[in-house]
Write a protein that binds this ligand. Structure first.
Ligand code: SF4
Length: 252
């Protein structure tokens, strides 16, 4: 499946501990752009764009990673979101995926025809970086009208007890350390602990990247950006559950 990035708007506001060293802020600072200003991008209408032959530029069947330089539910985007939802609905031949820290805004941001489980081609993951955010966001997330649920622990800032949230609807958990020169430590024990909880609840687990400051067996390692993903892969700790999603197939 082809993967495309669609950023309909850019910029965001820091919200919780996980945002402290947000990569959007880091990247924008390097080109003197203010990431705190949220603006529509030139790609806003990307899903609807066609080439000279009249075919959509994003081919049928693609996965569209959406809003990766903002948060889909950021307040500033309230006036633009209805059009974004509309494009997702029209492009029912694509799978849209986004991750949010603002799950508490979801209900007020949904389109009127979202229904009990949402548009079948839209998947929304909830990110939690510590126990406090897990305990605040996940009860809201678990009640949200969604067909697919996945939890992203990134940047993983401490040991998190997720077990009571790993209900059958939650199909997978992703763990990742923080990148960048200011990165906070990610401890391998916290990663393994999440993995254990996933195995015990038959939930898929994916260790995405180590982050820049990684602790293993009490020893701290600085990991170069270019090998953070491959180092995580080398650990060979991903786990694929045989858990059918109760409301349809897993998109992720
Ligand atoms: S919610 Fe995401 S995009 Fe927004 S500031 Fe936090 S980390 Fe950055």
């Amino acid at each position: 499946m082809k993967s495309i990035i669609w950023n309909p708007w850019h910029g965001c506001h820091k919200l919780s501990a996980g945002c402290a060293h947000c990569y959007v802020y880091r990247r924008d600072a390097s080109c003197s752009r203010n990431a705190n200003v949220v603006a529509k991008t030139r790609d806003f209408y990307l899903p609807m764009r066609r080439d000279r032959s009249g075919a959509y530029k994003i081919p049928q069947g693609s996965e569209v990673d959406t809003c990766f330089t903002s948060d889909f539910f950021v307040e500033d985007a309230d006036p633009w979101r209805a059009e974004a939802w509309e494009m997702m609905k029209i492009r029912s031949d694509l799978s849209f995926f986004f991750i949010t820290k603002r799950i508490d805004r979801m209900e007020s941001c949904l389109p009127p025809d979202w229904g009990e489980f949402g548009y079948p081609n839209v998947s929304i993951a909830c990110t939690v970086e510590n126990q406090a955010m897990a305990d605040y966001r996940l009860p809201i997330y678990l009640k949200a009208p969604l067909r697919y649920r996945s939890i992203v622990c990134s940047p993983l800032l401490e040991r998190i007890d997720l077990k009571k949230y790993l209900v059958p609807d939650v199909t997978n958990v992703t763990a990742a350390g923080e990148s960048g020169s200011m990165a906070r430590v990610c401890d391998y024990d916290w990663v393994l602990d999440l993995r254990r909880q996933c195995i015990e609840t038959n939930t898929s687990f994916y260790f995405m990247q180590t982050g820049a400051l990684f602790r293993k067996d009490g020893k701290l390692y600085r990991i170069e950006r270019k090998i953070q993903h491959s180092q995580a892969r080398k650990a060979k700790i991903n786990f694929i559950a045989k858990k059918p999603c109760s409301k349809g197939d897993n998109l992720l």
